[in-house]
Ligand binder design. Structure first.
Ligand SMILES: CC(=O)N[C@H]1[C@@H](OP(=O)(O)OP(=O)(O)OC[C@H]2O[C@@H](n3ccc(=O)[nH]c3=O)[C@H](O)[C@@H]2O)O[C@H](CO)[C@@H](O)[C@@H]1O[C@H](C)C(=O)N[C@@H](C)C(=O)N[C@H](CCC(=O)O)C(=O)O
Ligand SMILES: Nc1ncnc2c1ncn2[C@@H]1O[C@H](COP(=O)(O)OP(=O)(O)OP(=O)(O)O)[C@@H](O)[C@H]1O
Length: 487
């Protein structure tokens, strides 16, 4: 139990009705989870308004209510706290409730359209190899030292983040690497946290269903950097045209990394092979199993971060050379017929293009590239024709299929992808709604040395249709399909 007054420290209150000297048990923003003596914070959401559930929360035993508008009738024995912005208040209350766990470790946030999971996971693995106790908050999983928790979001809500950070404090975690999504920043899920540093990977077309304009999407990402204290570091990819924008108003120490521009940290790709690439980082060479220009950026970002955080440069490179691909990111399998299948989480136009550029650069002869790809339902629709265009333009054969249609019609999504296909490429496109069938068809069409890219789902192990998740794992599917081929 905590004293309500204590967890309100730093919250700017516009009105108080009732006693703040009471003990409270937990904080919730979902009335359905409220129990006796909890605090309920009413959040205005995208679908409904938490203020409508204040009475429900009280019926379940809420001892205090945080809201932007006081209800007309107040209940005796309940404390009402009026604030201007419930999301901001929740952020402060959650940090106070868990005794500011972000202050007791070094928290590094990673933002950008692509590369967040890769960079945070590689940093987690690198620092673990270096002998530190580490934590990870990512799309794939949350790791409290070695204990795995299931991830629900890229950036969880602020109560859950503080809960994880507090668990990390309990086991002595020294560094935590956390993905910070634009939804997370907009909904203030990362507010009130003490960041040791933040990293910007890149910015391209995504989430325009939520942010409406690219400028709004960019400015949301920028807030992570605007909010850093001067003791923190801000590390940005300066080859990305929005890199300088991220640094505009930050008080933090500024660092840049780049493959093309002048920067504090620079790398050059010396040699590319299917099983790895040779990079020149500073004046030293690094052989990495992670291939592609985009991974050269990811690797440089982790090298720079580790250097800024004080690890020894040669040791960083030695540990980096041992790092493996992150699950579902350029994960590959070569069949006995010498057909290569690559599973990659590329679900944005930019990521799909990067992966196909990487694959095409590895072609040595006249092998074909067959791409199986879909676009998610109930998400940014404007990506669909662009991804359809990229897949058909950059592959010899593209198979459009389903990728978590959610509540939308898979057929309609595929038709929207087809609108992006240039007339000269239509003959290269097949549309097969059933993802298993699409993967099987790609395997049947493939000849020796061909490369099959299965894009979009990466590490995900389900297909979501109308709220129902059915087991589906691209890597298993394509491997099985290739194994059962009779050629
Ligand atoms: C669009 C979006 O981001 N939605 C998030 C948002 O929900 P919402 O605004 O729709 O909430 P709402 O349903 O309108 O409800 C408003 C409030 O009323 C409360 N409520 C509601 C019903 C009730 O009976 N009682 C009650 O108290 C809700 O708990 C909520 O506080 O706030 C919720 C609580 O934090 C999130 O779980 C939810 O994430 C949904 C599930 C989601 O899918 N989000 C995705 C888009 C997302 O956040 N993605 C990003 C990154 C993606 C990427 O980079 O690829 C992520 O960080 O994961
Ligand atoms: N630095 C990068 N630049 C561009 N594309 C990248 C980069 N790193 C990874 N990718 C591509 O984007 C895909 C997703 O990578 P990753 O999961 O690391 O990104 P993310 O930012 O975490 O995505 P999400 O927020 O949607 O989970 C990869 O499978 C790869 O195709």
């Amino acid at each position: 139990m905590k004293l309500l007054k204590d967890i309100l420290y730093g919250v700017s209150l516009s009105a108080v009705s009732g006693d703040t000297g009471v003990m409270v048990n937990q904080i919730h923003f979902d009335s359905r989870k409220v129990e006796m003596d909890d605090v309920f914070v009413a959040i205005r959401g995208t679908v409904t308004d938490g203020h409508e559930y204040i009475q429900k929360a009280i019926d379940l035993g809420a001892r205090a209510i945080v809201c932007e508008e006081l209800p007309e009738l107040v209940v005796n024995g309940v404390t009402y706290l009026q604030v201007n912005d419930c999301n901001s208040a929740l952020a402060v209350i959650a940090s106070n409730f868990y005794e500011n766990p972000s202050k007791n470790l070094k928290l590094i946030g990673v933002t950008g359209t692509n590369g967040k999971t890769t960079v945070t996971t590689l940093l987690y693995n690198l620092f673990k190899k270096a002998g530190f106790k580490v934590g990870l908050i990512s799309t794939i999983k949350v790791l409290v030292d070695d204990i795995v928790h299931k991830a629900t979001h890229t950036t969880p809500d602020v109560i859950t983040i503080n809960d994880y950070l507090s668990k990390m404090n309990d086991v002595g975690v020294e560094y935590c690497f956390m993905e910070v999504s634009s939804h997370g920043i907009h909904q203030k899920r990362a507010e009130g946290l003490y960041f040791e540093g933040a990293i910007f990977t890149n910015l391209s077309h995504d989430h325009l269903d939520y942010h409406k304009t690219f400028a709004e999407y960019r400015d949301t990402k920028k807030k992570l950097f605007d909010g850093l204290p001067k003791t923190a570091f801000a590390l940005v990819n300066i080859d990305d045209k929005n890199g300088p924008v991220m640094l505009q108003n930050t008080k933090a120490k500024k660092y840049t990394y780049a493959l093309k521009s002048f920067a504090d940290y620079r790398a050059q790709i010396l040699e590319k092979q299917f099983n790895g690439q040779l990079l020149k980082v500073d004046e030293n060479e690094l052989w990495s199993k992670l291939i592609g220009d985009f991974n050269a950026y990811n690797l440089l970002a982790i090298y720079a971060t580790a250097d800024i955080l004080g690890l020894e440069k040669m040791e960083i490179l030695r540990l980096m050379s041992e790092l493996e691909n992150v699950d579902g990111r350029f994960q590959y399998y070569i069949s006995k017929e010498r057909i290569t299948a690559i599973v990659d989480y590329a679900h944005t136009p930019d990521a799909l293009k990067n992966v196909l550029v990487t694959i095409n650069a590895l072609r040595t002869g006249n092998e074909n590239v067959i791409t199986v790809v879909g676009c998610g339902g109930d998400r940014d629709k404007s990506k669909r024709p662009v991804m359809g265009h990229i897949a058909s333009e950059m592959s010899d054969q593209a198979i459009f299929t389903s990728d978590n249609p959610r509540t939308e019609s898979p057929k309609t999504i595929i038709e929207e992808m087809e609108t992006g296909v240039e007339p000269q490429n239509t003959r290269k496109v097949l549309s097969i709604e059933n993802r298993r069938q699409a993967i099987n068809t790609a395997c049947k069409l493939a000849m020796a040395n061909d490369i099959i890219l299965v894009a979009g789902k990466g590490h995900e192990t389900y297909q979501e249709t109308n709220g129902v998740r059915v087991d589906f794992d691209d890597f298993k599917e394509v491997k099985e399909a290739l194994k059962s081929l009779k050629k």
